[in-house]
Write a new protein. Structure first.
Lengths: 638, 133
């Protein structure tokens, strides 16, 4: 190094040191001032009653990021400090019209109060309901009605949220027309097969009975439903803060919108449950990378989107297209991250378009690699996980495989109850901390385990749900399911538990399985192999997937509840956290625990959004409350 | 240089010319009224499952709907929406208000005839279940 260069280096170091010191002095001497504007307010009803558990949301005008909080027991809400600017703010509670306002935030604090008008017409209230609330409200006072409720639930809600269906009111012939269509739609993909396809036998067999039942609950006359709304969030659930990121539709050419986002994304409940069509559907699994950005898979065909990165600071989405068939992007489904921060996804769809392969993505470089299983091995399907040694486990049409990224070796495991890429195909997967793989077969109520040492697999057959329709189930009914079983691809009989997706406690000895139709969380001890069943208080909420946090709590996405729930294994207590949207169809849940805090991340499969939820501490909320009270006092407000 | 610029402009013009019709079921360029926007939202929520392509490669169940089918045929379209068609389509008279049906009709009067997205891999996709198209 020359003398001149050395002098420059010393001068630079001195300048940096002086700058840092000056900043430190300034920070110490300046009065404590927090960045951003505090928005708070109160919500009451038109009768003057304080309303707790009200969802209050704010989105900057022209922005794609929405923040939501909930009112406390005094009917007050407190947003975290937000950037100055114009915001749209709205407050929603079931049974009330939404309150809407536009607020300009500047200075240190702002206030917006809401008075919500009560809705008196039940026909308007039902538009706001979740799928769980609809199903809980469906009549089941006779064996025949219980039978049709179960047939509806297990036949129609494997794909649809019940509120998407039941927001309609048709007469008997109208519901029959719907069943005519749906009996020729491929389950899972949702594609119409054409008039020549033989209808699915279960739907064809129950068409008249089911149409009659549906026309009684959602038809021309007074409904036989007894509306049962769930309680609004309180306590810890009301301390949640939810950040929602709107994701543009994948193919705007094919999907007319004003701004590239769905025309109804479930934001305003009274608009009813949005459709999954016109580009709204597709966003599937989501995973936070080490920088805090969220990646997501897309399971529907598109021309642009295989896997995407959402910048959580700006809301901007960047798509990666992996070439599939005929100019399409290869669709993906399962997504996870390994110990080195590398993302792994399953490619689905036609094998000619890459279906069955693994996709490896390095978030740092955004470079990807497609890895195909050896010829003759059944390809990857819906779900993926990584074990403690970094091996990648994926479900397949006939069981599961394990891929070692170091040796590039694939190892295949078959489910003991043989299947052929149809009913009984694997759905969820989890790798336990002993390095063994577990997977479910949703249609035939099996949970399987591969012992990595012996290479053997064993299955656990979940007992059927207790009969709810005694006296109404005939020998013909049972025979139908026996005969039709091989044709069922995405729905089960009314006794099906439906083990769907699952999660392993990576720091414990438990694998947790969600029974979708049965409404249970099933605990499997990986050492004793004993199982214990925990029923969700409202089983119609449809627990779908599980993810275990650092404290061994189990986080579950409730598909029909538009919510997530936490199960504490120590106390065996559930806490439900409603999310701000309707018809959001959660199909996956992941956790972001990079800095010690636990954030829950879910994709709104049918609404093209991603949400991240965190629970605020009481102290944090108390501090905001004190700041808001100071502002109100200085502004002369109560 | 001039030659290259001309080629670029011609190419750009050609690209725009073919791009516009490819915007499948895109409404006219004129911004939609509030009623038409309501109609589009309700159409996408209640009608699109049969009358549009569920995905870019799917078959459609019912006929595509566009302005040439609806203009001067509004009463007939309203009647089908309200009463349905036996075995094929439910009537919406119990679940939609008259104003909502009107907004759907007004929206449909802005919809250009369907053009499939480019590179459609399924030439048979879009085949209607009924013979109305």
């Amino acid at each position: 190094m020359t003398q001149r260069k050395r002098l420059w280096k010393i001068a630079l170091l001195a300048a940096i040191t002086a700058g840092v010191a000056l900043c430190a002095v300034s920070a110490k001497s300046a009065p404590a001032q927090q960045a951003g504007v505090l928005l708070s307010g109160s919500v009451k009803s038109d009768t003057g009653a304080k309303l707790d558990g009200v969802t209050v949301s704010a989105r900057g005008v022209g922005q794609t990021i929405t923040t939501s909080v909930f009112t406390d027991e005094d009917g007050n809400y407190y947003f975290p400090r937000m950037a100055e600017g114009k915001y749209r703010v709205w407050a929603q509670a079931e049974g009330f019209e939404a309150g809407k306002a536009e607020v300009s935030l500047n200075g240190t604090a702002g206030r917006q109060d809401f008075t919500l008008n009560t809705i008196k017409d039940n026909l308007e209230i039902v538009k706001q309901m979740t799928g769980q609330e609809y199903v809980t409200s469906l009549p089941e006072d006779t064996p025949e009605r219980r039978k049709m409720k179960d047939v509806f639930y297990n036949t129609c809600t494997g794909c649809h949220e019940p509120n998407y269906i039941l927001q309609n009111r048709f007469d008997e012939k109208g519901w029959e027309a719907i069943l005519n269509l749906m009996s020729r739609v491929y389950n899972g993909g949702g594609e119409y097969a054409g008039p020549d396809m033989a209808p699915f036998p279960v739907m064809a067999y129950y068409k008249k009975e089911l149409a009659t039942y549906l026309s009684e609950v959602r038809g021309p006359g007074p409904s036989t439903m007894q509306i049962k709304l769930r309680a609004r969030p309180r306590g810890e659930a009301a301390r949640a803060i939810v950040t929602e990121y709107s994701v543009p539709v994948a193919d705007p050419d094919a999907n007319p919108t004003d701004d590239g986002f769905p025309t109804n994304d479930g934001t305003f409940w009274s608009l009813g449950t949005p459709s999954a069509l016109n580009g709204s559907r597709g966003l599937h699994d989501s995973q936070t990378d080490r920088n805090g950005d969220i990646w997501f898979t897309t399971s529907e065909p598109s021309y642009t989107r295989t896997i995407s990165r959402l910048d959580t600071k700006t809301g901007k989405v960047i798509d990666i297209k992996v070439p599939g068939m005929n100019g399409l992007a290869a669709p993906t489904h399962g997504l996870t991250m390994d110990l080195n921060g590398i993302l792994w996804a399953t490619v689905i769809g036609d094998p000619r378009g890459g279906g069955g392969n693994l996709l490896r993505v390095d978030p740092a470089t955004m470079k990807y690699e497609v890895i195909a299983p050896p010829k003759g091995m059944v390809g990857a399907s819906t779900s993926i996980d990584v074990d403690s040694k970094g091996n990648v486990w994926a479900t397949t049409g006939s069981g599961a495989f394990r891929y070692d990224p170091n040796t590039h070796e694939f190892r295949e495991f078959k489910s003991p109850t043989p299947t052929d890429n149809g009913p009984g195909g694997s759905y969820g997967i989890a790798a336990d901390r002993m390095g063994n793989g577990w997977w479910t077969q949703i249609n035939i109520d099996r949970v399987n385990r591969a012992d990595i040492e012996s290479g053997k697999t064993q299955e656990f057959h979940e007992p059927p749900r207790p009969a709810r329709a005694d006296g109404a189930i005939t020998a013909e009914d049972k025979k139908l399911y026996e005969l039709a079983g091989v044709e069922l691809t995405d729905f089960g009989a009314w006794w099906s538990e439906g083990p769907r997706r699952m999660g392993a406690d990576k720091n414990g000895d438990i694998v947790w399985v969600c029974d979708y139709w049965g409404g249970n969380l099933e605990k499997y001890d990986i050492r004793t192999l004993k199982s214990t069943r925990y029923r969700y208080p409202t089983p119609e909420s449809a627990p779908y997937d599980a993810s275990v946090d650092k404290d061994h709590n189990v986080w579950v996405n409730l598909t029909n509840g538009d919510s997530v729930a936490r199960f504490d294994p120590k106390t065996e207590q559930w806490t439900e956290f409603p999310l701000p949207g309707r018809g959001i169809n959660l199909r996956h849940i992941s956790l972001d625990e990079r800095d010690g805090a636990t954030r829950i991340v879910v994709g709104y499969t049918r609404n093209s959004k991603i949400a991240r939820m965190q629970i605020r501490s009481q102290e944090e909320l108390q501090a905001l409350k004190a700041q808001a009270q100071n502002f109100s006092a200085s502004a002369g407000k109560p | 240089m001039i030659h290259k610029s001309s080629t670029f402009l011609i190419g750009l013009g050609f690209f725009l010319a073919i791009s516009v019709p490819l915007r499948a079921q895109q409404s006219s360029v004129v911004p939609l009224t509030d009623a038409q926007k309501d109609g589009r939202r309700i159409f996408q929520q209640r009608c699109a499952v049969c009358h549009t392509l569920p995905t870019v490669v799917s078959k459609r169940y019912g006929p595509a709907l566009y302005k040439e089918l609806v203009e001067d045929n509004e009463d007939n379209i309203r009647g089908v929406i309200l009463e349905g068609r036996e075995g094929l389509m439910p009537g919406f008279k119990y679940g939609l208000t008259r104003a909502e049906v009107d907004s759907i009709v007004e929206y449909l009067k802005t919809v250009n005839r369907l053009a499939r997205p480019k590179n459609n891999p399924n030439p048979k996709a879009g085949t209607p279940a009924s013979s109305d198209e």
